[in-house]
Design a protein around this ligand. Sequence first.
Ligand code: MOS
Length: 722
Amino acid sequence: MITRLDAPLKVTGEAKYGADHTFPGQAYGYVVLSTIAHGELEAMDFSAAREAPGVIGVYSPFDPLKLKTATSPLFGETWVPLQTKEVTYYGQPIGFVVAETFEQARDAAGLVKVAYRELPAKTSLTDGLADAEDAPPGRDGEGSTLEILEDGVESIADAFAASPVVVEATYSTATQNHAAMEPHSAVAVWDGGEVTVYSGNQASNLQAMELASALDVPLEAVHCVNPFVGGAFGGKGRTSAPAFLAAAAARDLGRPVKSTLAREQVFTATAGRAATVQTIKLGAERDGSLVALSHDSWCSTDTARSFVEPTSHGTSREWYATRNLAISQKIVPLNVPPTTFMRAPGEAPGSFALESAIDELAEALGMDPVELRIKNNSIAPPGKDLQWASKHLDECFRVGAARFGWQHRRPGGHTDGDWLVGLGAATAMFPALRFPATVGITLNADDTAEVGTSGADPGTGLLTVLSLIGAESLDIPADRITPKLGDSALPPGGLSGGSTATASAGTAIMIAATKAIDELVALASDPGAPFEGAEVTYADGRVFADGRNMTFGELLRTLGREKLEVTGSSAPGEELTKHSFSSWGAQFVEVRVHKWTREARVSRMLGVFDAGRIINDKAARSQLMGGMIWGISAALHEGLEIEPNGRLANGDFASYLLPVNADIPEVDVQFVEYPDTLHNAVGARGLGEIGTVGMAAAVANAVHNATGIRVRHIPITIEDLL
Ligand code: MOS
């Protein structure tokens, strides 16, 4: 089995993350956070902080750093700290104290006195629902509302009225923080007018763009380095506050500056997942065929309306073959920390609602929930002419049902001693996307090659993927390839987000490799070259002609060249006009609820996934396993509690519950592998996010099977099962 190339460095502590960098003369910054949820900074008294030992700089909106709002083509505007005296959430970065040591900076930050003009704050989604606003258009450019009705049907209400069986329910999901293992941090070092920033991020070239615009310097003056990222999940897509602050303070002070968020600060000074409320109504024929589906969603967002959690568009828009469809998506601006992408944004909470509702419909129909899902399998997204290029969801369910022993599921579950045992299933789906990506390939005279792109590997396995697809495309062993990533000086490699990196970078590698081989073949047959005028072919790292062959390294050496360099670029294109693309999966969960204590435990879990070609089995499995575990976490553990004053009641690792080993049984991940070469030449579709999709619903469905209790919110707690 191919091993993760970065694994030895990570487990031996050799891998250097952003904050692991230290430079001579380095100073340390500590971020000061607001302690009200809404209002204005009237004054900030830094006098005691300035006097404190080791302090060399204090910054605030009253004494700001030279920074502007950041922009990048992908994200548009990104929030930059200390630009305004307005406070819109509890825990907002409002100051930055720089000192000789981290401890001195932290101590001095505690001496800062802040006077606020406080305003009433709205922090609860329930309270805010009345003022919900239509969300801006979704990712397909579709508006916040969408209706698809079959000919002759006047309204979605008519479609429900004509449905023999109808279920309707409202579901809700909690606010979450990414809580990545590596807290957001940065080290910034200026040299003349140029800055190098070491900071975990999902795309070094995008981070360079955001920093260049925020610092108001040319893009060429910013170098971002992040070969290792300790988890990101969407929470390190945009540049974080420490990176902006460290870069600007380092410029102001003329010294390298390191800025790290303390774990508790991560919970508010970064962005997380919105809370959602979702109403789903399903109308079906008695045989289970969907007649009508409506999905109305509300999600929390900060007052800057920074992100819409697209639950309705992310799930109900495309999942099932329904004759009529109505979806709406609203945002509820609150005085809470910003929201952003989090693993399967839209699909993760959206699938909790939709897949719970499908289970409720199955019960109303007296039908097996897996059979109901297979019954409504679609060959194209509703209302679109473009069929799925490759879809084996029914096979995922059939393979999974057999492997999991689904045939033993009984309505009402069964008991095992003091445990009530139930089985639950859910569909998983995540769109197959690509971003434009460029990859550079260098063939060296010593018969090695480099495959490099600025993209990031936040634990996804991209480094190994570069090596494997590079080896396959160049037809040489993987141990002769040096993969390089996480450096904005490398060709722009897209984003490790949206489950896109393998398909995007992989396609670019194939294009670059083809160019490299074409150039090599041309070089070999050039006048004066070893195969002058001959018909040269390439295989196995060698050029062949006239019954002779030599390695590419020998050829380059013969020609007196050290290397041959090419780049290849790919972007989504014509395929989007021909087919629809998505990854698919079937999730199965067994839950045990204790008869007396009512604790719910997942005792078995299986995910069967159709994600096109699997490039690296180990990395793919790990990605899906991590996603499934996060789904258990969302279902049974995780959720931020926001107090009325906006403070997070559990914004730390002592009280923000995450599953530990004892909560997670063996995770069974299976693939049905059908390369999707209509999507991209590599045939791989994304799998970074789909693992978490459907999982929370599968747990809730299993809880219902075990106990008869339908819990329509997550996390599900003991109190829900009393
Ligand atoms: Mo992730 S939510 O694809 O960055």
